[in-house]
Design a protein around this ligand. Structure first.
Ligand SMILES: NC(=O)c1ccc[n+]([C@@H]2O[C@H](COP(=O)([O-])OP(=O)(O)OC[C@H]3O[C@@H](n4cnc5c(N)ncnc54)[C@H](OP(=O)(O)O)[C@@H]3O)[C@@H](O)[C@H]2O)c1
Length: 391
């Protein structure tokens, strides 16, 4: 916590949802008397208006980030010891307005609306990020009324056509990860890209980003979501409920061409099937098969024959988050209107438990992001995006 005193307009305590340990949603405790953070040198204090939910909130809460023993209940550690300690305020993709600045930050930033680059970067390097920890995991995040963050990571996005909840839906946890999956695999204009888990936060970002760089995204999703994904930019949508002869189905929509690169968010048994789509006819390829993986919604363990990987020279990239440069490029695309929000619904901060349950049990019409809005900001920033029937 910083040393600056708070302006009179900022209360000494705030409402926040505290994660008190690994477990079910009952580990989330709504507390209305949490000390308001103070901006340290180089930081801005942001009054939060909207914070997008990410899968990582649930995974971190449930302790589903094993890195050694498949069964361990834990979260990852970047420097030897865990950075997720309790109580912790989760919520990575924060939007709000600057209400105070720490030492060394220009006071003209007060009043600015912005979007947080959620990374806890280990250093100032702009083109590499080896320790992908983040606000809401290794430091407090946005499921609260205020957050103090580095001024250079709170990016000004004026764009009046974008509501705060919509801007939060374009948060970096999804978009930067999606973009880094593409840069890691060197996705180029004209390439055919298979996007799995296509309707989620990262998948919908990938479809849009493929189009921005001139690549052709093929989406793997569910039938009910096909029309929306086509409208978002997918060239074709494949149904994940029937994976028989999957490579043939892919060839049918690509005109017989192999997939150039796979952006995988599903993992499990399916990853091997995704590799099939790239190696089906090596004579028709003009580049090495490439697979970026950043999520494993379908299973954390896959059986893949190494002979397939090395004989077909499949390049596999593990991806988490991305770099400062990539975050800044994404903010430029947001400001320029090239990226569109895919916002499913907003929930009140005090109803985060319901939001978590809704997220886990979401129906087949679910697309994009859920955004959490502090109760005090709800009428302006949340209510217009509440679920049908709850407005
Ligand atoms: N490495 C990182 O830095 C990073 C950052 C963000 C997210 N992630 C991870 O990336 C994954 C996607 O994140 P997200 O925020 O986009 O999540 P999300 O919004 O929950 O989307 C995941 C999508 O995966 C598909 N899916 C879910 N269960 C599946 C199953 N059993 N088999 C096949 N497909 C399934 C669904 O899409 P369809 O219904 O369209 O098939 C779902 O919408 C998650 O595992 C998340 O934890 C990692």
């Amino acid at each position: 916590m910083g040393s600056e005193s708070l302006p009179e307009t900022v209360p000494a305590t705030m409402s926040a949802m505290l994660l008190t340990g690994h477990g079910d949603v009952d580990k989330l405790v709504h507390d209305t008397h949490v000390p308001t953070p103070r901006p340290a040198a180089g930081e801005v204090l942001v009054k939060v208006t909207a914070t997008a939910k990410n899968n990582t909130d649930r995974k971190a809460r449930e302790g589903l980030y094993p890195t050694k023993d498949k069964g361990e209940v834990t979260s990852f550690a970047m420097g030897g010891s865990p950075t997720l300690t309790f109580p912790r305020i989760q919520g990575a993709d924060v939007v709000g307005r600057v209400v105070a600045v720490g030492e060394g930050v220009d006071a003209s930033r007060i009043g600015e609306r912005g979007l947080l680059d959620f990374n806890l970067y280990a250093d100032a390097r702009r083109d590499i990020n080896l320790t992908p920890d983040y606000y809401g995991h290794g430091a407090d995040g946005g499921f609260a009324e205020y957050i103090a963050v580095p001024s250079d990571q709170f990016h000004h996005v004026a764009n009046p056509e974008l509501a705060d909840a919509e801007l939060a839906a374009m948060g970096m946890c999804s978009y930067q990860t999606a973009y880094h999956m593409m840069t890691a695999a060197r996705v180029r204009a004209g390439e055919r890209v298979l996007v799995t888990g296509a309707s989620g936060g990262v998948g919908t970002a990938l479809i849009q980003l493929c189009r921005i760089v001139g690549a052709i995204p093929y989406a793997l999703s569910q039938r009910d979501k096909a029309q929306a994904l086509l409208e978002l930019g997918a060239e074709a949508v494949l149904d994940r409920s029937d994976m028989t002869d999957f490579d043939e189905k892919v060839k049918a929509v690509t005109g017989g061409s192999p997939i150039d690169a796979v952006m995988d968010l599903v993992g499990g048994d399916m990853t091997d099937r995704f590799i099939d789509t790239m190696i089906v006819d090596m004579n028709r390829r003009t580049s090495y098969p490439r697979l970026s993986i950043a999520g494993a919604s379908g299973g954390n363990v896959s059986e893949i024959m190494w002979t397939r990987v090395y004989l077909y020279q499949v390049q596999i990239f593990g991806v988490s988050h991305g770099t400062r440069e990539e975050a800044e490029q994404l903010v430029k695309w947001i400001r320029g209107g090239q990226l569109k929000p895919v916002l499913h619904a907003a929930f009140k901060l005090s109803e985060l438990h319901e939001a978590e349950r809704y997220f886990v049990n979401r129906g087949s019409n679910y697309l994009g992001k859920i955004v959490i809005v502090p109760d005090s900001e709800w009428p302006q920033h949340g209510a217009p995006f509440a679920l049908e029937g709850t407005r």
